[in-house]
Write a protein that binds this ligand. Sequence first.
Ligand SMILES: C[S@@+](CC[C@H](N)C(=O)[O-])C[C@H]1O[C@@H](n2cnc3c(N)ncnc32)[C@H](O)[C@@H]1O
Length: 284
Amino acid sequence: MQSENSLTDADFIALRDLIHKKTGIFYTDRNRYLLEARAREFLRQNGPEVSSCIGSLLNPATGPAEWNRLISKITITETSFFRDPLQIAVLAKNVIPEIVKRREQSGSRLLRLWSAGCSSGEEAYTLAILLAEHLKDQLTGWNITIFATDINEEALEACRRAVYKTYALRNTAQELKGRYFRTTSDEKLIIRDELKRLVHPERANLTDAAACKKYAGVDLILLRNVLIYFTATTKSAVLCTCYNNLRDHGYLFLGQSETVSGKDHPYKRIAFANTFAYQKAPER
Ligand SMILES: C[S@@+](CC[C@H](N)C(=O)[O-])C[C@H]1O[C@@H](n2cnc3c(N)ncnc32)[C@H](O)[C@@H]1O
């Protein structure tokens, strides 16, 4: 039985393929109902014909705004501060101290980090907190840029505001909340300015390798819970973009259910306590 959300096979395929081409996100036949449910409001506002919705997405005059609206509906933006305790522990104890030490030994106090697919920014600000905890009163002596990129403009707007409900900080230690956040009059938490200015929220499509060259020379990439929505080909291309953008010895962290597979990726898998990451080994 067709539900009121159902698309015809032809409309589903047309919309699915357009979204895949534009974003890398691929809705399989099994996930067809998800696309139908998520795109429902967008489609309803555009009128009953999917072809007219597709027309407005392809129209240069209306396309950019229409894509923003559609992308905000069809992307999964689930995130939180200190989301993965095992990776957080490794970042705090091993990886951040190592990259800071390596930069110091090279005589440079420049750090470039990248939260790729940052959603509303919790991951990028978590990195800022970890750096502040490690560098303590030397923080201001460092030139730090944390790129926070996503294709979802609504999520990026939240990242720019940096005001969060307490639920987003459910895994954040009380003392860190006290140190790095102010409480707003409506009981929300706002990240303090000295950390906020380290984070640079920008729109960037990870499937656009040329546009992502802007993030070259980074010491660390968090590409967590993004690849799961891509096909194998897109995933491979995005992993390649990340590899090219990493500095030698730089680290890549994926989500717990994501891995680098295939012989075409020269990442070195590094095992840490109860988790792992990938490293760009220097070329010989
Ligand atoms: C589930 S969230 C992950 C947030 C965060 N990395 C974490 O693990 O907590 C996935 C994010 O990837 C973004 N995304 C999906 N496709 C993308 C693309 N092609 N380029 C950039 N961001 C993308 C989505 O908009 C969404 O905000």
